[in-house]
Design a protein. Structure first.
Lengths: 296, 290
């Protein structure tokens, strides 16, 4: 336990009526790192994000953000956090610049700090030449960049990104990855929920996989892969009967498998691997192994 | 939109440049030691600034309807009824309606703005999610929204008075208090609107509130006809109608204050404001915080 923790959750429970959205969740985010929150829809990622800004109040457990205890000191914590929501909530009738100015006020920047902060955010979003454009005239990618830059206007110590690239073209996604990676290398703590496994693999120092409201695995992506899926996987293609047979044999030999739709991937290879295409094991294998092949 | 390598390079360079300046600026560590309290000025200012900057993009249409609507009422009733009745309760009918429609203008620019504006912001635009992720609490959010709407209502409330002056209403020093009365009533009505928006499950629900609550209150407020001709129950009902108290205050501001009874009217508006304010915050908190 060297670095101080930007986020520490212990035994956090959040219920909505009969549904337990977050179920005894533990989560650590050491300062200056990027933690990816991976999980299928309904695993509790968005609820966790809401708990961190006190837009949902936990029923049980302890939460601290940047050393502040939630929900009591959440306003102090929020002052030093930047939040990028999953759903775009920019003011669409305002210009790019006006959107940033509004947030410079909401995050309490002083009179002299506001102008440079807005300019800096414009540079981050690479929207300097669009400053006077109304948001409803921007492309989807530009809006996302603005949404991220808006969250950075006050130089937050911690940034919460909720599905930052959902629904975007691959090119735009790469552009945002560059932006997030730059932020991380600068020392900002980042919590990023995503269900794009590649996103977590590329950007996160550590990944927490959530299923049914709790963390089922955590660690650096590479370690998780080796631990849960092994170094290599073998993909076997064939008809349903063939795939079922491969599965049965693998299980008899103590190997793990997962269906990929058109094939069966045999994981945790130990020597007697079936014939098929070899490939390195990946985080998606771990994800499916731990969160189940079928979604309820 | 597709990003070429050039774009990515540019983005990269620009981020580098932006980050380089980071260490050069004063750090924002200050709030750490400062204890954060309820109803903080910076939080209220933040929400108010958001409203004001937004207002700059739609003030024309709002001002148009807030000005034209009461003017139409004034002209229609003033000349329509005015040709049948020349005086009401000792006042020229145009003067009677001119002072009365101040309340209409205040109601329209506060309750309606708050109802629709709040519903759109929290349900469709999700603006409040963004605001509450910043260091702003629901109490501050609601209070700042209401202060802004009430200020607008205070200003727009003066329009019918100015129009009535064109038609012969004599200016009076007491009228300088009309924006204050408009603000006070607008505060309560804005809170009422937020309470309605936080209770409604769809925008269609507002039909119930408009037909069953606002329209009767709007008519039984002494705006267009004096209440002393109405049955006793309607007069009693008027006593709990904030619009009635506003109408009385405005009329007395124009024609002469009546001491204690006006303090009573102001007290009623104040009580209405405070009760609605707490209710709006309570309901909005339930809606916004899970």
């Amino acid at each position: 336990m060297s670095a101080p923790l930007a986020i520490q959750l212990r035994g956090v429970v959040k219920r909505y009526g009969a549904i337990t959205a977050v179920d005894r969740l533990d989560l650590d985010l050491p300062e200056g790192t990027c933690v990816g929150l991976l999980g299928p829809n309904g695993a509790g990622k968005s609820t966790t994000m809401k708990l961190l800004t006190a837009q949902a109040i936990a029923d049980e457990g302890e939460l601290s953000v940047l050393g502040f205890t939630l929900p009591r000191e959440s306003k102090q914590a929020r002052a030093e956090c930047g939040v990028v929501p999953q759903l775009d909530n920019l003011d669409v009738t305002l210009t790019v610049e006006q959107n940033l100015v509004v947030f410079a006020y909401l995050y309490r920047l002083g009179r002299r700090e506001r102008r440079p902060a807005v300019e800096r955010a414009l540079t981050i979003a690479n929207l300097g030449d669009r400053r006077d454009t109304r948001v409803d005239r921007l492309s989807g990618g530009m809006r996302r960049r603005l949404l991220i830059a808006r969250a950075l206007v006050h130089r937050p110590r911690l940034v919460l990104l909720d599905e930052p690239t959902v629904g975007l073209d691959p090119q735009v996604r790469q552009e945002l990855w560059a932006l997030i990676d730059r932020l991380r290398s600068e020392g900002t703590s980042i919590l990023m929920s995503t269900h794009y496994i590649e996103e977590a693999e590329r950007l996160a120092d550590s990944v927490t996989i959530m299923s049914h409201g709790s963390a089922v695995a955590m660690g650096p992506p590479r370690d998780l892969i080796v631990e849960h899926a092994g170094h290599e996987a073998v993909e076997v293609y064939g008809g349903p009967a063939k795939l079922a047979e491969v599965e049965a044999q693998a299980h008899a030999a103590g190997l793990a498998t997962r269906r990929t739709g058109t094939s069966v991937a045999v994981l945790r290879l130990n020597g007697d691997a079936p014939e098929g295409e070899r490939r390195p094991a990946n985080l998606e294998d771990v994800f499916v192994l731990l969160t189940g092949e079928r979604l309820e | 939109m597709s990003a070429s390598n050039d774009d990515l390079d540019r983005l990269d360079t620009s981020i580098r440049a932006a980050l380089r300046t980071r260490s050069g600026l004063v750090s924002v560590e200050a709030p750490r030691s400062a204890r954060l309290r309820r109803l903080e000025r910076p939080a209220l200012l933040g929400v108010l600034m958001r409203e004001m900057i937004n207002f700059s993009s739609y003030w024309r249409s709002t001002t148009f309807s807030a000005t034209v609507e009461p003017t139409i009422y004034l002209v229609a009733f003033g000349f329509g009824f005015g040709s049948l009745v020349s005086t009401v309760g000792g006042y020229d009918y145009v003067e009677f309606v001119g002072t009365g429609t101040v309340a209409t203008a205040v109601l329209f620019s506060s309750a309606f703005a708050a109802m629709f504006g709040t519903f759109i912001k929290y349900k469709f635009q999700r603006t409040y999610d963004a605001v509450l992720a910043a260091p702003v609490d629901t109490e501050e959010l609601v209070t700042a929204e209401v202060l802004w709407i009430a200020t607008r209502a205070g200003v727009y409330g003066c329009v019918p008075l100015l129009v009535a002056m064109v038609f012969g209403l004599d200016p009076n020093a007491g009228m300088l208090l009309v924006p204050v009365f408009g603000f006070l009533a607008g505060f309560g009505w804005a809170c009422f609107g937020i309470l309605a928006a936080a209770t409604a499950t769809s925008i269609e629900n507002f039909n119930y509130i408009i037909s069953a609550v606002l329209t009767p209150l709007f008519l039984v407020a002494g705006t267009f006809f004096p209440l002393d001709q109405l049955p006793q129950w309607a007069q009693t009902l008027a006593q709990v109608n904030p619009l009635y108290h506003l109408v009385q205050l405005v009329r007395h501001a124009a024609f002469g204050f009546e001491g204690w009874s006006d303090l009573g009217h102001a007290g009623a508006l104040l009580a209405f404001g405070v009760i609605m304010w707490r209710l709006a915050i309570w309901r909005m908190e339930q809606r916004l915080i899970d």
